[in-house]
Write a protein of this length. Structure first.
Length: 202
């Protein structure tokens, strides 16, 4: 619902959180048509990228841009987070170019997103949400592997919060609740957005 409020044209979403990956198909009115989730393995999630950044001894922000300068891709064969981290450490120890290793990591995750994109009914474009939506290397890899445009939304990281607030406001409206309550919640949301500067921290 948060995505629909921000961009009503979005129809397919891949939400990559800290522990799982979700594929979501959205109808024209913002309702969820299909929902699929992979929560059995942390590979390809925020926790996975955190482990990879640690292997390179750099921040997540630095790691997310590392692959963008790679001319070649060194494939990462391990699917498990633990084994992938060991593989990366070995490649770094062998002196392989770090940006090419990073490109292999991003490519591996992009391939894992392929199934979720299909379940979300994606055809020409996909929207990324969740913390990993700010990963520029992943965005580029998904566009290359899936051959789809990735629609980037400014507040992708906090769509869960936006969706929750939108759902509450909709419920209050549908139950004919006091308009002052709706006004109060809306004002609080705007105040939070302005004081915390949400877009500057995601």
């Amino acid at each position: 619902m948060g995505v629909h409020v921000t961009d009503p044209s979005v129809r397919a979403i891949i939400d990559i959180g800290g522990q799982d990956v979700k594929g979501i198909a959205v109808d024209t009115d913002g309702t969820v048509k299909t929902f699929a989730m992979n929560d059995k393995c942390a590979a390809g999630t925020g926790r996975f990228f955190e482990s990879m950044a640690n292997a390179f001894e750099m921040s997540l922000e630095e790691f997310s841009k590392l692959s963008l300068t790679a001319e070649n891709v060194i494939p990462i064969t391990a699917q498990c987070t633990v084994f992938a981290e060991s593989e990366v450490i070995t490649l770094v120890g062998e002196g392989k170019p770090q940006n090419e290793i990073a490109a292999g990591i991003q490519q591996a995750v992009a391939k894992r997103c392929f199934v979720m994109a299909k379940k979300a009914g994606a055809k020409d474009a996909i929207t990324l949400t969740g913390g990993c939506a700010k990963n520029q290397g992943l965005k580029a890899a998904i566009e290359k592997v899936l051959r789809m445009k990735v629609i980037e939304l400014k507040i992708a990281k906090v769509f869960l919060a936006v969706s929750a607030v939108t759902a509450v406001l909709f419920t209050i409206y549908m139950t004919n609740a006091d308009s002052k309550l709706i006004e109060f919640i809306y004002d609080k949301l705007l105040h939070y957005h302005e004081t915390k500067k949400v877009e500057d921290h995601i």
